[in-house]
Design a protein around this ligand. Sequence first.
Ligand code: ADP
Ligand code: MG
Length: 392
Amino acid sequence: MSLPALEELEALAGARVLARLDLNVPVGGGEVLDDTRITAALPSLRWLLERAEVVAACSHLGKAKGRPEPAFSLAPVAEALASALGRPVRFVADCLDPARADAARGELLLLENLRFHAGEQANDPGFAERLAAPFSHYVNDAFGTAHRAHASVVAAAARYPRGRRAAGRLMASEVAALGRLVDAPEQPFVAVVGGAKISTKTAPLAALLGRVSTLLIGGGMANTFLLARGLEVGRSLVEADMVDTAREVLATAAARGVEVVLPADVVVTDTIEDPHRVEVVPSDRIPAGLSVVDIGPRARARCAAALGAARTVFWNGPMGVFESEAFAAGTLAVAAALAACPGFTVVGGGESVMAVRQAGLIDRIGHVSTGGGASLAFLAGEELPAVAVLAG
Ligand code: ADP
Ligand code: MG
């Protein structure tokens, strides 16, 4: 897939650029709590600010529902962006404000949350037209939103011909890195999948079975797989309605010769919040009254061995309730094994990336994907609407 790069933008001197970014960061008490996505947007922004006349950044934030809600304002992001860029950022309190393309040179404009207008999520062409009208060029660097057909990433992008639209640096690097997992990945390709639930990840799981040699399963979703293998999981988090799906995954894997590794042992506890009992037990001896909250030491060693021999690795979803230090060992072990792996490694998913960051290992990962849902959709082989329009 060939996406137009920033360098393909024509006549940038005098250009007014609308830059769709993913600035959907966690905000609390009027402050940005995690600036990962702001940092990720800087390379494209800097490149554009050095060349174009006007750069206006836009994004959504949170689950705003088509009308202004102060809790979802991008105003705190304007401040964080200004200090990250070391340039003035002027906040425009409505993304359709008539002055949304009036900037002093060197100043970045940041438009208020696109989702304050219902037209954004409806992919309304009228809204896209109004949003984009003052801008001569369009850049999409919002990989995290690429799986959604929304106005700012689809209808707006479609207004611009080649030479006037481009993928930003982040979008380009995500598509290139994830592409290496989809198009002839170097073998052995090992996937480690965990997190809370299977139900949010069935399509990528099925797609991965067509490419990987080994699939290691941990986290809450492993419980449902243990059930599918006929084991008891006590009071663990399970998805009873997903047991059949888990069985199908196991059957498909067996038919394709993919090795599926469930944890041989697990950490169990009485309560997550206030644990009195914490034990390691084999997966076929999980006590009836306890819950599985992490993979055990044997399972960690098995992961490390598989990752040590891998040429390509994809990891999504923590191995346990890593937010509690007592149940973080499995997730940290996978993070360490990934960092030590000499192959091409990719981590995706909000919580998994957070765990790698907490472990201080983020710089030792080949590619850290910023787009949870978008990266899973890409891996599942789905066409991402925003990427398709850009490639057009
Ligand atoms: P990601 O954001 O990396 O894709 P998910 O959102 O799928 O991951 O899942 C992350 C959550 O899964 C974490 O908050 C973690 O506490 C939870 N989790 C992992 N293992 C278990 C388990 N055994 N029981 C309950 N929750 C779990
Ligand atoms: Mg998550």
